[in-house]
Design a protein around this ligand. Structure first.
Ligand code: PLP
Length: 488
């Protein structure tokens, strides 16, 4: 053994230097956040930057200042861009400056949120309970904060499968099912539900994708037909999945009617409300989600339409016993103590897949108190008004076409002037999307709506103003015309 080092190995040799760098980082990130009303939304990655990320495992040590400089030069300018006022691609939140600070505090404190008698656990339990109250779930419901909606859906469906099995599923697995178990949802379901059903061993064929009506909502008639056919054919229907805000168009299934059907057929009722559920916070929008609080499990994200930084989602479960018995597992080394740190009544590792968990609860706990549900609800309502405004701009333009009704905050549209052949439309619109991204003017994403290529804006952006949507429409028309000219 050599001499013992004069300071703990990974602590800084000179605290005052790291402190100074830390203050610099904080100032820089405030500047970054403050500047996100202007400048390019996204920028293509220069080749030399891309190559810089293929270097081998570092042998030579650099200073924190040097590596931070690389962050500023090579990482910060070439990120997703969802912090910007003109970002509406896929479904992403901006992240708040307060959330950024909370994540720093959480990382600095670095508690393990698997369990134990410590206040950070109480913070998460309180956040879950506040979520329960905000969605009018009954007292005694349980829940878990997750990495996002995908895992929130997986947990909800895992509880559903456990609940639906009248044999020892945990010991014997799905292979022991006397009849194949089936789940039901609309064709517009999010891909994370496909993945969940695959992982749960049910097989994708047993996730019945029911046809939709002209407003992209599940057809309850077709659903009933499928349920009856499956029962007659010897399947065991166990769960019904409702979409509160389908990812493609924002369509909301008839949630109340689905709750009735779930009762009638004795199905677990899971709602995927990744972004849409949050519209419940706006009194003006609540009617559109009638039936939401009747779910047995509800999955939603706080990093989309609650605007927190990634990652944070949540599953709420009406029946705490079923939730817990799906996941609880206590080997000797995780024994719950009578006293001391290993005490504490509720271990969050009993409610999900992870043992070690991060303190993502803190940013939500702070947001609930500093911003409040009312302000967030108002901001969500403003986003819906902005989506409706964009839809009006599209409908007012002779060169643009709306491709789906706007139920919440998602607008699907395309460039479609009279003179353009319809077989060219997909190609031209896809090209418009790339030019929007590459010029940094705006970031919608692309999708297909009833087999037509669509530019798609999901407005979960608290920084957007109406002028940003004016600019988008102007850019789409300008780029469309330009592409037509180039083709001539
Ligand atoms: C985004 C989304 C998900 C997945 O959530 P992640 O947070 O991305 O894991 C699931 N369902 C819907 C409707 C979504 O929009």
């Amino acid at each position: 053994m050599g001499n013992e080092p004069s300071h703990p190995a990974l602590d800084p040799e000179d605290w005052s230097k790291l402190r100074q760098l830390g203050h610099q980082m904080l100032d820089d990130m405030f500047d970054f956040q403050q500047s996100r009303l202007e400048g390019p939304v996204w920028q293509p990655i220069p080749d030399e930057v891309r190559q810089g990320f293929q270097s081998p495992l570092p042998a030579d040590i650099q200073t924190a200042d040097q590596v931070y400089q690389r962050f500023k030069d090579e990482i910060l300018p070439y990120s997703t861009g969802n912090t910007h006022a003109r970002f509406w691609g896929w479904v992403m939140g901006n992240g708040t400056p307060l959330g950024m600070l909370a994540d720093m505090l959480a990382s600095g404190l670095n508690p393990n949120m698997g369990g134990g008698d410590q206040v950070p656990n109480l913070v998460e339990l309180q956040v879950i309970d506040w979520c329960r109250q905000m969605f009018d779930f009954p007292e005694g419901s349980s829940g878990l904060l997750t990495s996002g909606g995908s895992v929130a859906n997986l947990i909800g469906l895992a509880v559903a499968r456990h609940h639906g099995a009248d044999f020892d599923l945990r010991r014997d697995g799905v292979a022991a099912a006397p009849k194949p178990m089936t789940m039901y949802g609309s064709q517009e379901m999010h891909s994370s539900l496909d993945k969940a059903v695959e992982l749960l061993g049910l097989g994708l064929n047993h996730l019945r994708k029911i046809e939709i009506d002209d407003r992209f909502r599940i057809s309850t008639e077709a659903l009933r037909r499928q349920l009856e056919a499956d029962l007659a054919a010897g399947f065991q229907p166990i769960a019904l999945i409702g979409c509160a805000g389908a990812v493609n168009t924002g369509a909301v299934d008839p949630l109340d009617e689905l709750a009735d059907i779930a009762e009638e057929y004795d199905l677990w009722y899971h709602i995927d409300g990744a972004f849409g559920a949050l519209a419940y916070l706006a009194p003006e929008l609540r009617d559109r989600l009638q039936g939401l609080s009747r779910a047995d499990s509800l999955a939603f994200d706080l990093h989309k339409w609650f605007y927190l930084p990634f990652e944070i989602g949540c599953t709420l479960v009406r029946d705490e016993q079923v939730h817990r018995s799906t996941f609880t597992l206590r080997p000797d080394y995780l024994h719950e103590g009578a006293r001391g740190l290993s005490g504490g009544k509720r271990w969050l590792s009993d409610y999900g897949i992870q043992l070690t968990r991060g303190f993502r609860a803190l940013k939500a706990w702070m947001a609930f108190q500093v911003h409040g549900v009312e302000l967030i609800g108002n901001t969500i309502h403003e986003n819906v008004l902005q989506a409706e405004y964009l839809a009006e701009l599209v409908e007012a333009s002779p060169r643009l076409e709306l491709l789906a009704p706007v139920d919440l905050n998602v607008v699907c549209f395309r460039y479609r002037p009279d003179e353009l052949d319809s077989d060219k439309l997909d190609e031209v619109n896809e090209e418009i999307l790339y030019r929007l991204h590459e010029s940094g003017e705006a970031v919608p994403s692309g999708t297909h709506v009833r087999d037509r290529y669509a530019l798609r804006c999901a407005v979960t952006n608290y920084r957007s103003r109406r002028s940003d949507f004016d600019a988008l429409v102007e850019a789409v028309e300008r780029m469309g015309k330009q592409i037509e000219l180039e083709a001539d």
